[in-house]
Ligand binder design. Structure first.
Ligand code: 5GP
Length: 195
């Protein structure tokens, strides 16, 4: 199977990385397809099975870990497992497309380590922790407890930004989208060699 490329977007929850990833997926010339992760967390809002995630029970998830079916996996929050199934990357590469990931910082760095040549790892940075909290509250999808948990994790995640190939500061969304377009466009067309 011929290998495509891997484009990883990682960031603290609420940084706007999902918005950026969705925007990139609409750009046909980039030839990207979204890597649908598996998770044991509950379905949220309008999310759909096989579109946003493959929803598994914690037990099913653990069985797949044992069977070595994951490229990477993480217990992102307690009892909430998230991971990339090996079959997912194979499925997308078999279509001749590049894979785009919206995953947490450790997962993103793990993919970069496994496929250093094929991967562009981008970190999306929120303007500040306070702004992040405001965005999460506006989203109204999580309880205060869960928001506090995500904010606490965000501080630790911000420290990992220098380990990524590129950092996009998401202060102004339009500018962040444009920067993402250019970075990913150059990478998939081999215009610039990433380190
Ligand atoms: P959410 O619950 O908001 O959908 O996602 C929570 C966190 O899990 C986010 O940071 C998201 O990027 C991350 N995540 C989603 N899929 C994966 C995955 O396959 N692997 C890892 N390591 N993290 C993931």
């Amino acid at each position: 199977m011929s290998k495509g490329k891997l484009v990883v977007f990682s960031a603290p929850s609420g940084s706007g990385k999902t918005t950026i990833v969705r925007h990139l997926l609409k750009q046909e010339k980039l030839n990207l397809e979204f890597s649908i992760s598996a998770t044991s967390r509950e379905k949220r809002g309008e999310e759909q099975e096989g579109v946003d995630y493959y929803y598994l029970s914690a037990k099913e998830f653990k069985n797949k870990i044992k069977a070595d079916e994951f490229l990477e996996w993480e217990e992102v929050y307690r009892d909430n497992f998230y991971g990339t199934l090996k079959t997912e990357v194979e499925r997308i590469w078999a279509k001749g497309k590049h894979v785009i990931f919206d995953i947490d910082v450790s997962g993103g760095l793990r993919i970069k380590r496994k496929f250093p040549e094929e991967t562009l790892a981008i970190f999306v940075k929120p303007p500040s922790i306070d702004e992040l909290k405001i965005r999460l509250k506006k989203r109204k999808t999580e309880s205060d407890d869960k928001i506090n948990m995500r904010v606490a994790k965000a501080s630790a995640e911000l420290a990992t930004a220098p380990l990524f190939d590129k950092v996009i500061l998401n202060e102004n969304l339009e500018e962040a989208l444009q920067e993402a377009d250019t970075l990913v466009g150059d990478f998939v067309s081999d215009k610039k060699k990433e380190k």
